[in-house]
Ligand binder design. Structure first.
Ligand SMILES: *Cc1c(COP(=O)(O)O)cnc(C)c1O
Length: 378
């Protein structure tokens, strides 16, 4: 990543990533494989680095959105199977074949072209099929799966590696939608069973489906957010289901660049959306919306300094954020500030930041991780 040297940095913990993988494996059970979802630069954690850490732990299948991400993984030495989940258009076929990526087919439109290309190169191409069992987004309707799978079976150059679907509401542990989608998937699989090769692997579970149970019992699970240490339900249903054992992988750390004192009645920063009501000490950090610390966190977020929680005050600007450190002894320029993660016994979670921003942990991790310089720690 070509970022300038900065006072802001994202720290990625290798041991936390390994720990979360082990937990996912334990829940998945013996005989169930992991597709590690490393799309979006591994949710801001660094796709290549994370894939290397996970591959060293024995992960053999990775999930990315687009072909370009798969090409990048291969060029950086990642082996195993790489699923390309967000569609393949005819112009991606060369790269798919050259880099041995597995397209997740959404319908039958590419089958003949893929088979022709494979024949010309005297190769086999692995494919998987995505069925829309209730997500209402990508994939083929269950009733069309039989015909597509029949065509795949008739094309010896194509090897069907898997059939998958995706849950729309698996982040809600109590959702009966998830049970219904699972039933529709299972029913479709029973109908097409005759067209599936014996080593064809079935999978439906994201992190929610894995932790809350409705996606288990198949051949693979596809955790993303859980690998990066956040509960799939945003923490709103409390612990249980094992999510309390997840360990956050990312920290976002900055420094104090100035500390100032203001009398009561001073307007601070753009728009003066905060006015001091008492003599106030303000610490200023060189992080702002450019770094993914969004403007919607103005007057709302908290950060950790010297092991204590202090509030963000005033407008977050492009590169600057103010925090109220009144009464906190000894704060000075150079102090470490934690915007996400643990400092001492205090912790700010991605879910907490997400609640201040009106979003979900996924978006917080992508923003902070992909806009800042990353360093890998044990
Ligand atoms: C991103 C993604 C996942 C992982 O979802 P999490 O909620 O992060 O576990 C699984 N399957 C598909 C198809 C995805 O796109």
């Amino acid at each position: 990543m070509n970022r300038y040297e900065s006072f802001n940095r994202v720290e990625i913990s290798r041991s936390a990533l390994r720990h979360n993988l082990a937990l996912c494996r334990q829940l998945a059970g013996a005989g169930c494989g992991i597709v590690a979802m490393v799309k979006a630069d591994a949710y801001g954690h660094g796709m290549v680095e994370c894939a290397r850490i996970l591959a060293a732990e024995g992960v053999e299948t990775f999930g990315v959105a687009e072909v370009g991400e798969g090409v990048c993984l291969r060029r950086r030495g990642i082996g195993g199977e790489i699923l390309v989940l967000a569609g393949t258009l005819p112009e991606t076929i060369d790269a798919l074949v050259e880099y041995d990526l597995t397209p997740v087919l959404l319908d039958g439109s590419l089958l003949d072209t893929l088979a022709e290309r494979a024949a010309r190169l005297d190769r086999q191409i692995r494919v998987q099929l995505k069925v829309d069992a209730g997500m209402g987004r990508l994939g083929c309707p269950p009733e069309e799966a039989t015909e597509i799978l029949r065509r795949i079976r008739a094309l010896p150059r194509l090897r069907l590696q898997g059939v998958m679907a995706h849950f729309p509401m698996a982040d809600d542990p109590g959702s009966d939608n998830t049970t219904r989608v699972r039933r529709r998937f299972d029913a479709m699989i029973r109908r097409v069973a005759g067209f599936l090769p014996p080593d064809c692997r079935l999978h439906i579970a994201n992190s929610g489906g894995l932790f809350y149970g409705s996606g288990t019992g198949l051949d693979l699970v596809r955790p993303g957010i859980a690998l990066y240490g956040c509960p799939p339900d945003g923490g709103v249903h409390g612990g249980g289901h094992g999510t309390e054992r997840l360990r956050p992988v990312m920290r976002f750390v900055s420094r104090v660049i100035q500390v100032r004192s203001h009398p009561a009645g001073t307007g601070l920063g753009y728009g003066h959306i905060f006015t001091t009501s008492r003599p106030t000490r303000v610490a200023i950090l060189p992080a702002g919306y450019e770094d993914g610390y969004l403007r919607s966190l103005s007057n709302r977020a908290s950060v950790l300094i010297r092991g204590r929680r202090v509030p963000v005050i005033g407008r977050i600007s492009m590169n600057l954020t103010m925090v109220d450190v009144t009464g906190l002894e000894g704060v000075c320029a150079g102090d470490e500030v934690v915007l996400l993660g643990r400092q001492g016994t205090e912790e700010i979670t991605a879910d907490e930041i997400a609640s201040w921003m009106g979003t979900i942990s996924y978006e917080v991790l992508c923003l902070l991780g992909n806009l800042n310089q990353r360093v890998y720690v044990e």
